[in-house]
Design a protein around this ligand. Structure first.
Ligand code: 1QQ
Length: 379
């Protein structure tokens, strides 16, 4: 019986329908899968940032796929651990470029890793979107395929310092920074430049390295100089130890941190010592913009308490999706880049987002203070 050969047990009309579907040209209904590699620090000193970046990326991929914004295209995130190191960052990029054939790369978490890994993507013409690299120099200037969502320390710190000067009217400053990391060194340079430009004398400068746990010698030396403010460029773990030990020494000087302070892990690890610490931020978490409110609600629904790094990573995916849309293509590496050249005033949780002519990000920034164990936006 003919009916049986088509599909045993099914009504004739339904079976005929199935046969029709199977005769349809392959791929007529299929979606193009566009892979986006994300090199994130899941282990090592930057793991506190990588965890919330991952949550932001997964949420954004879900939201974009559900939105119908890219008809016929399905985004897929491939997430790998860069281990907060250059070596692992390079290995992950090689897999993204050659094995996974990703259309774009997000990451790596640290500027330090980006300086080593991004040149591979540039050479292979794979667009990179940095979502947490804040060293002003040595990232987007690697080449025309390297783009950035994260505001640099140069875009955030001078303004934050000016606002604090108006508030605290400090007369001399001290500087403390990590001398073994591209970001902490760059942050120091920006802080020094901002102080110089504002005519605030620097009473003293000290350094530490990532593996350090005891900062008392340097802090004691700086305290003896009686500065009115201490500026610290450090990753979150060092930042927490530095702030806790400064307060243990009975030193109650106002402290302003760089971008490394922007993780809730800093507050958790520093404990009550974190109270009153200032930090500039790329994300105004109390912004009433619809895009931010939708982001907050979406993350809450997923059981995630987002931080700046989560909002920036979420925005990274939105930016890539918009690039693909603006290119009118199917999501190839060149499509992503061509779309970026047209991208302007994209609605994101960070505010209206554009790229500068040098492929850096452009959007509003804010200043935060730690109060009651949380970052609060300084009005
Ligand atoms: C950088 C940073 C780090 C503090 C965050 C990941 O800003 O390495 O550029």
């Amino acid at each position: 019986m003919r009916n049986h050969r088509l599909a045993p047990g099914l009504p004739r009309t339904f079976a005929a329908g199935l046969a029709l579907v199977s005769l349809w040209p392959a791929g007529a209904f299929a979606e193009t899968v566009v892979k986006i590699g994300a090199a994130l620090s899941m282990t090592g000193p930057a793991a506190v940032y990588g965890a919330t970046q991952k949550a932001g990326i997964l949420a954004a991929v879900e939201d974009v796929n559900r939105s119908g914004k890219l008809p016929g295209i399905k985004l897929e995130a491939v997430i790998e651990d860069d281990a907060s190191t250059k070596e692992q960052g390079i290995a992950v990029y090689q897999r993204f470029i050659n094995r996974d054939k990703v259309s774009a790369i997000i990451g790596p978490t640290l500027s330090n890793t980006a300086t080593a890994a991004d040149p591979l993507a540039q050479a292979a013409k794979v667009p990179v979107v940095a979502v947490s690299n804040t060293a002003p120099v040595g990232i987007t200037d690697i080449g025309t395929y390297i783009w950035r969502v994260s505001l640099t320390e140069g875009q955030v710190i001078p303004g934050a310092l000016a606002r604090l000067k108006a508030k605290l009217s400090f007369k001399k400053a001290a500087l403390f920074y990590g001398n073994d990391d591209a970001f902490t060194q760059a942050g120091y340079k920006v802080m020094k430049g901002a102080l110089d430009a504002a005519g605030i004398p620097i009473a003293g400068t000290q350094t530490f390295a990532k593996p350090d746990k005891d900062y008392s010698a340097q802090l004691t030396a700086l305290k003896a100089l009686s500065p009115d403010i201490l500026l610290v460029s450090a990753l979150a773990e060092n930042a927490a130890g530095i702030v806790a030990q400064a307060r243990q020494l009975g030193w109650n000087v106002p402290i302003m941190g760089g971008n490394g302070f922007n993780s809730p892990a800093f507050i958790k690890n520093a404990g009550p010592a974190a109270e009153g610490v200032y930090v500039g931020t790329a994300w105004n978490k109390v912004s009433t913009d619809a895009a931010n409110q939708a982001f907050l609600a979406g993350m809450k629904g997923r059981g995630v308490d987002p931080d700046q790094f989560c909002a920036q990573a979420y925005t990274g995916i939105l930016v890539i999706a918009e690039g693909i849309r603006l290119s009118g293509g199917k999501g190839s590496r060149e499509d992503v880049r061509n779309g970026f050249l047209k991208l302007k005033n994209l609605t994101t949780p960070l505010g209206p987002f554009s790229f500068t002519k040098d492929r850096d990000g452009e959007h509003p920034s804010s200043v935060q203070i730690v109060r009651d164990g949380k970052f609060q936006i300084v009005p």
